[in-house]
Design a protein around this ligand. Structure first.
Ligand code: HT7
Ligand code: ZN
Length: 842
């Protein structure tokens, strides 16, 4: 496959002044007529006239009304064009019903819908399908369906025909069309300048009862973007559509967001607290793209982090404001370590702004999204809140209507602050997670911290250079008082010293407060027990608990040690400390995951044994249950919500803590309390939590059957039923459970949500996936081989399960490599999957 390089960027030779599209819908033979007005682009080098087009049957083409016969290949068409402005017209036929890749125009449960990012528009018609070509679109849809939607504002709607006009120039990846038998959950929003915006959430009949939360989240997002970023909505209508078959979470098409139904539909009976929070965040994310992505888009796909990193950062600020800032920060760090660190430290490592790719769909990664957001957070920390706000407003003013670059983004910060951001830019261009070691020196009332940074070389960045690292530090005295409030140290050298003087006693250093940089901190002189008891920064206090847990678990794994009593005492104190909110206490009680522990061992040059890791965590939980004794039941009762269910931060925090207590109680009561909770819960959070405990206690069969009976017609709830059985299986059984579930009549493997519920969960079941027999690897490979010809995008994403293969013992490495090679040897394997596995194989 061909590699595309950032350094090869050239502008398209023509501007598109206007596009008219006419769709005549039919499941297997949709006709698309296009009329595109082109004018020469004086800023571009001379080039042949080439339009992207894939899987299209060309019926006819014309230039300025004259029939032409272009050169057509599998990638697009080329033809001779006039030197001045001209109109290109074409008619093509496409097959939405046969489109299983869910890219372009496809069908889901009888409904037509589109997914054009990144390069799906070329499967709809011939077009310069690149983000720097922005145009005004007019769309006519003819089809025998009650709801016919596209971007922008409606021009006319009649039975079987609708016309749409989108006044805002946009790249083709933001085009959308939806047609189906849908019902609208309506709403409205008045912008701060008085524009009345009609809002609709379109769903399949039967899902009307799951719309209210999403609608409120949309209104909250619209208001927040006005209040915090001074961004207003710019059309008379904002539509969201829920679709069951979707490759990712949601898509920010202009004025017509399309959502995976799992990312928008919610009700207390069918959705967990985590579902509600995720839905609120995704609705906000897609809405915020209206400015960071749509009004200002990306010049090319290498700049993906320009819109995604910034929009993730904005949605994290929103969630922090709507809920709890510390809880959001800690949750984000847990997620970053689980998904981005392994990527950055393995064969898939790439910079936040990659400089090459074969298949752009493979670069919608945790590095581009989540590390991209961390980079913006650091920039804000370094320049301060006020300068950040000024720079961002300058970015909006200067680049509205542009297809911009990371250079444009950094320039507004340089101009606003007078700073030189050349070194900071390495965060965008260098792969890898910096490791920051800190050594302490205490003399004459001065604490000197010596920091050393290093980043492991990778294929993407063979010679990494020192980065600018903001390190937030505070100092805690031996009596627990904070003697130095947070100070942000700006590290720029490979090794650098910072002194804190005038101290009466040697303090305990609290380093990397609020996780001020996405690095791995190595601080051998740390005193986590003291920080767990006294730190004022919620993140470093949580991190102290995590450090103690990690130390105990590593000692258990390496030396067969017993779980650390000091850790158990500390965590018991925190859990019973009513001055802390329940959500924070629940987070504090979480131990590092099995995969994270495997990563830590691998970093130290040790070979992780998945079964030993699993056993250590089991021992830790048993010891914790013993340490809590009757306090678990007391805390469970104390945190049982008696008011009507609400998915807010306060109630979900209580349910989270009660859930942790239930898991401890289950070890002592064999599932009695869990059964009672399962029988009486009126919400999915508690039902599912109880069901999980019952499975663990080995008495889940009846509850699983009752659950299936109750929810067999609800697709999203059944995804949970499928996933939970794999997640809670014993290591020896996980692959067998997954395999058994594939024989269930409701295992529709072509639906990405269902496929992920079984196989995404298996890949995350560390001890089950890495079972010594290799059956987890083989089963996943079988199904990836089966899915690839139908849906390369979802297949390729799931190949990342193999990205850590080199961490493990030679036998497991051999087993995994065999499966990687077997998939790679599959005739006709997609470009997506080939690229992923070739990179993983190294
Ligand atoms: N910008 C979108 C990314 C995306 C996508 C979404 C759904 C299906 C396929 C997709 N390919 C790329 C989603 C977002 O980041 O908001
Ligand atoms: Zn996004």
């Amino acid at each position: 496959p061909q590699t595309i390089y950032l350094s090869d960027y050239t502008a398209f030779g023509w501007r598109v002044e206007q596009v008219s599209l006419h769709f005549t819908l039919a499941p297997s033979a949709t006709r698309v007529r296009s009329r595109i007005a082109f004018a020469p682009n004086a800023d571009a080098p001379a080039q042949p006239f080439f339009l992207h087009g894939e899987a299209l049957t060309l019926i006819s083409a014309r230039i300025d009304g004259q029939d032409i016969t272009p050169d057509v290949t599998a990638e697009g068409l080329t033809c001779t064009v006039p030197d001045s402005a001209f109109v290109f017209e074409a008619e093509v036929e496409i097959d939405p019903a046969g489109n299983t890749a869910l890219e372009g125009l496809y069908m889901s449960n009888g409904m037509y819908c589109t997914q054009c990012e990144a390069e799906g528009f070329r499967k709809i018609t011939y077009y310069p399908d690149r983000p720097d070509v922005m145009a005004v679109f007019d769309v006519t849809i003819e089809g025998d369906l009650p709801v016919l939607l596209s971007n922008g504002n409606p021009v006319s709607t009649a039975q079987g025909r609708a016309e749409w006009h989108d006044p805002w120039p946009k790249p083709a990846y933001l085009f959308a069309l939806v047609a189906g038998d849908l019902v609208a959950h309506p709403g409205s929003f008045t912008t701060r300048s008085g524009r009345e915006v009609a809002l609709n959430l379109y769903v399949r009949p039967g899902d009307e009862g799951k719309c209210a939360f999403g609608m409120q989240a949309l209104k909250d997002s619209m208001k927040w973007d006005e209040d915090v970023y001074a961004r207003e909505y710019d059309l008379d209508l904002f539509n969201i559509v829920a679709v069951d078959d979707f490759n990712m979470g949601a898509m920010e098409n202009k004025g017509l967001n399309i959502f995976n139904s799992s990312a928008v539909l919610a009700s207390p009976e069918t959705s967990t607290d985590m579902n509600f929070e995720r839905i609120e965040a995704i609705i906000a994310h897609e809405y915020f793209h209206n400015w960071t992505g749509n009004r200002i888009t990306c010049r090319d796909w290498f700049q993906l982090c320009l819109k995604e990193g910034l929009t993730v950062f904005r949605d994290s600020q929103f969630t922090a404001d709507m809920r709890s800032a510390p809880v959001k920060r800690i949750s984000d760090v847990i997620d970053l370590r689980a998904r981005q660190f392994p990527e950055d430290q393995g064969p898939l490592a790439h910079p936040v702004r990659p400089d090459r790719f074969q298949e752009i769909n493979n670069f919608y990664t945790a590095t581009v999204y989540e590390k991209g957001a961390e980079v913006i957070r650091m920039l804000k920390t370094l320049v301060g809140d006020e300068a950040y706000a000024q720079a961002v407003q300058l970015y909006f003013d200067r680049h509205d209507g542009d297809a911009a670059t990371i250079e444009d983004w950094l320039k507004v910060f340089e101009e606003t602050t007078g700073r030189d951001l050349a070194q900071f830019k390495r965060w965008y261009t260098q792969a890898g997670t910096p490791r920051v070691s800190v050594a302490e020196d205490w003399a004459d009332g001065t604490l000197t911290l010596t920091f050393t940074q290093s980043t492991a070389p990778s294929a993407a960045s063979p010679d990494p250079q020192p980065q600018v690292i903001p390190i937030a530090v505070g100092l805690i005295a031996p009596d627990g008082a904070e003697v130095a409030t947070t100070r942000v140290l700006e590290m720029t050298e490979a090794t650098q010293r910072f002194a804190f003087d005038g101290l009466a006693q040697r303090p305990v250093a609290s380093i990397l407060r609020d996780f001020s940089a996405p690095v791995v901190l190595d601080h051998p002189d740390a005193d986590p027990a003291h920080l767990l008891a006294h730190d004022t920064d919620p993140f470093t206090r949580w991190e102290a608990a995590r450090t103690l847990a990690r130390r105990s678990l590593l000692a258990q794994i390496r030396d067969g040690a017993a779980p650390d009593e000091a850790y158990l005492d500390g965590i018991h104190r925190v859990a019973t400390d009513r001055s802390l909110d329940p959500a924070t206490r629940a987070l504090m009680m979480g131990a590092p995951g099995q995969s994270e522990l495997a990563g830590v061992l691998a970093e130290h040059g040790e070979t992780p044994d998945p079964m030993a890791i699993h056993a250590a965590l089991e021992d830790m939980r048993a010891a914790m249950a013993a340490r809590f004794g009757g306090d678990a039941m007391m805390l469970y009762a104390e945190n049982t919500v008696t008011e009507a269910y609400a998915p807010d931060a306060a109630q979900s925090g209580q349910r989270a803590l009660a859930g942790v207590m239930l898991s401890l109680m289950t070890r002592g009561d064999n599932g009695t309390a869990a059964q009672a909770q399962f029988d009486h819960a009126d919400n999915m959070t508690q039902k599912l939590g109880a069901l999980a405990q019952l499975i663990t206690a080995g008495r889940g069969d009846a509850a699983l059957a009752a659950f299936e009976d109750r929810w067999r017609d609800d697709r999203l709830v059944m995804d949970k039923w499928f996933g939970l059985q794999v997640a809670r299986a014993q290591p020896d059984d996980a692959a067998d459970v997954a395999q058994r579930l594939t024989a269930h009549p409701d295992f529709n493997w072509q639906n990405p949500n269902r496929f992920r519920a079984v196989f995404g969960t298996l890949a995350m079941h560390h001890a089950g996936f890495h079972h010594a027999s290799g059956k987890g690897y083989a089963l996943l490979a079988d199904w990836l081989i089966k899915l690839d010809p139908l849906n390369p995008q979802t297949t390729a994403r799931m190949c990342s399960a193999f990205q850590t293969w080199k961490r493990y013992d030679t036998e497991r490495q051999k087993l995994m490599k065999t499966q990687i090679d077997r998939i790679l040897a599959t005739p006709g394997l997609s470009r997506d999957t080939t690229e992923m596995l070739t990179r993983i194989a190294g």
